[in-house]
Ligand binder design. Structure first.
Ligand SMILES: *[C@@H]1O[C@H](CO)[C@@H](O)[C@H](O)[C@H]1NC(C)=O
Ligand SMILES: *[C@@H]1O[C@H](CO)[C@@H](O)[C@H](O)[C@H]1NC(C)=O
Ligand SMILES: *[C@@H]1O[C@H](CO)[C@@H](O)[C@H](O)[C@H]1NC(C)=O
Ligand SMILES: *[C@@H]1O[C@H](CO)[C@@H](O)[C@H](O)[C@H]1NC(C)=O
Ligand SMILES: *[C@@H]1O[C@H](CO)[C@@H](O)[C@H](O)[C@H]1NC(C)=O
Length: 553
């Protein structure tokens, strides 16, 4: 339904639309309530969106901690106004201002124009909110020097499902160093100017920020409406259970199991997030094979899904072998895997990955194998920068929020984490590895408030839970778990397709979402399955239904 590049769960390097510029959208002196004015066009391009600041306490349970502010954007209702609909794009660390800029008109039409759409850069995010971006290195040079020679920069070399003893030894032998590095990273983040705010960034406080905004906008007892995507479903699950009497119309799309997140360390939780990733990869190679060489360049040698997979595995193996011979090659198998993994988020990108990224990766690996250098194709992922007042700073907002929210089970070692990575390559997915969440056991701070349950509160209104049948990063099991917890207070609608959150277009799904927001209506059946629109092609001439049919057969 929505195409949202920022709705990524902690995959660094994917576009978090740049929030830039020093100009304030309006006078920060008057931020006790909303004062709407034009947005900084460098941050929000859509001129129909208004911007404001909103003052927040750093700690809702200790007002002496002082105050901050969130930067807020609003797209006004275009017809009879029902209230405010808040939008949380997840990440964590994604910019709500950018998300509203990108999605405002789509969501307005989906909701019949009946809601003011409001989104914001949550605490810990962006150049305007205070506390804003969490900076851990003041320059890229500092970052590169700190991580020089480590798998943080090179990625993990492995092939297949991580059975090569040389690869296993190489990873495990880095465990003591990497543990020390991650501990030092935490200290560095604390020492930066944003370090004093680390304990105040977190999802529970962000929930309270939204409730405070709703009180100011719609009144203290108003129902609160929310569209939460990806990690925004964690935000959503926490909100509806922290404030069950305030639940208005809430749609959660691409769901993380809230119990899993509250009970497991991120390092064991992450592999479970990947349980359907290889199925999405199977869909990708199947669609490519169906399209054939005219629609998918990976299908040139051999036309079956197994042939397409073999071509990709050969490329990965060659990149892996080149890196074994020369550890400074510019493009590693880890780089290619990361790029492939991020392409799985959106079937819209599959043909481009096949047409453009794959041939470039082949050229780069050819050059490595023959001794030349061709690195234009595959850029290293993992480094987050934002062009703001400190254009060179390296940002860890997503990690700060995720780790601040995460359970704190002392005693986990990096050796445990790495052994988990190796085993999850065999049991859950060979495509990705849990780098982003490996930080958390060694993160020095937890948020002053973390919501740990219950997650089955009786809600003041029924909510709508959405999931793809094949999502690489928020498997449908997460949505099923949430719906199970909420019982009759939730309806589950599945989109029979691929990608992270319901990104593929579906008239059926749009109608259900519209009916809910406009009339409060939800499907009678406990689970409804929608199909992706038949005129939507993943590869030239190949739609989602054709891929699904070929996957089953
Ligand atoms: C949206 O509504 C606010 C009042 O809530 C108003 O100040 C603002 O000018 C409106 N924005 C636009 C673009 O019409
Ligand atoms: C990384 O280390 C190598 C040798 O160990 C050195 O030549 C190089 O300059 C270092 N790079 C950075 C960015 O510190
Ligand atoms: C990929 O290449 C095929 C064959 O040239 C072409 O039909 C298709 O439009 C291309 N798609 C994209 C997204 O580049
Ligand atoms: C290793 O790769 C780097 C980067 O491409 C290159 O500069 C260097 O010459 C290579 N070393 C050897 C021994 O081939
Ligand atoms: C490893 O991967 C192969 C395919 O590449 C698969 O057949 C095999 O079952 C996997 N092994 C394990 C232990 O998962």
């Amino acid at each position: 339904m929505l195409v949202l590049i920022a709705a990524t769960l902690l995959v660094s390097g994917l576009a978090t639309a740049a929030v830039t510029g020093d100009e304030r959208p309006m006078d920060p002196e008057n931020n006790l309530a909303f004062q709407w004015g034009p947005c900084d066009p460098a941050i929000v391009e859509d001129p129909s969106i208004s911007c404001s600041f909103f003052e927040i306490p750093l700690d809702y349970h200790d007002r002496s901690a002082g105050t901050g502010r969130v930067a807020v954007a609003k797209a006004n209702a275009t017809t009879e106004r029902f209230g405010t609909l808040f939008l949380n794009p997840g990440g964590p660390g994604a910019s709500g201002l950018a998300a509203l800029d990108q999605l405002g008109s789509t969501v307005l039409s989906l909701t019949g124009g009946h809601y003011d759409l409001v989104s914001w850069d949550p605490r810990g995010v962006g150049p305007l909110t205070i506390p804003g971006d969490i900076v851990c290195f003041s320059s890229v040079e500092e970052y590169n020097t700190f991580w020089n020679g480590t798998i943080e920069l090179t990625g993990i070399e492995m092939t297949g499902n991580f059975t090569d003893p040389q690869d296993i030894d190489a990873l495990l032998s880095q465990a003591p160093l990497m543990q020390k590095k991650y501990e030092e990273l935490g200290e560095r983040c604390l020492q930066q100017p944003s370090g004093k705010y680390l304990k105040y960034v977190g999802t529970a406080a962000t929930v309270r920020d939204m409730v405070a905004m709703a009180n100011a906008l719609d009144g203290a007892k108003s129902p609160i409406n929310l569209f939460g995507l990806s990690y925004g479903t964690v935000f959503g699950a926490w909100f509806i259970n922290m404030f069950p009497e305030r639940v208005g119309r809430v749609v959660l799309d691409g769901v993380l199991d809230p119990i899993l997140l509250a009970s497991e360390e991120t390092t064991t939780f992450w592999p479970k997030q990947l349980m359907d990733a290889d199925k999405v990869y199977d869909a990708f190679v199947t669609g490519c094979a169906l399209a054939g060489p005219d629609g998918c360049s990976i299908a040139t040698q051999g036309r079956t899904p197994a042939d397409v997979d073999a071509n990709i595995q050969t490329l990965l193996q060659r990149a892996h072998d080149a890196a074994h011979k020369n550890s400074s090659v510019p493009v590693t198998s880890a780089d290619i895997r990361a790029q492939l993994g991020s392409a799985m988020y959106s079937p819209d990108e599959w043909a481009t990955f096949a047409n453009v990224s794959y041939p470039q990766a082949v050229d780069a690996v050819d050059a490595e194998t023959s001794g030349g250098v061709d690195s234009r194709a595959v850029k290293r992922q993992g480094l987050r920068k934002r062009q703001n007042s400190d254009p060179d700073a390296v940002i860890y907002s997503g990690q700060a929020i995720e780790c601040g929210d995460s359970v704190n089970r002392k005693g986990t070692t990096m050796d445990d984490v790495f052994r988990g990575i190796i085993s999850s390559s065999r049991t859950s997915s060979h495509l990705l590895w849990p780098n982003p969440l490996a930080y958390c056991p060694f993160w020095p701070v937890r948020a002053v408030e973390r919501y740990q349950g219950p997650f089955n509160q009786k809600l003041s209104n029924r909510v709508l839970v959405l999931s793809n049948t094949y999502d690489p990063i928020t498997p449908v099991s997460g949505a099923r778990a949430l719906v199970e917890l909420l019982g009759e207070d939730a309806s589950l609608v599945l989109l029979n397709g691929f990608g992270h959150t319901t990104v593929e277009p579906s008239q059926c799904l749009n109608e259900i979402i519209s009916a809910y927001f406009v009339n409060g209506a939800l499907p009678e059946d406990s689970t409804v399955v929608c199909e992706v629109d038949a005129d939507y092609e993943v590869f030239t001439g190949i739609d989602t239904e054709a891929i699904l049919a070929a996957l089953v057969s």
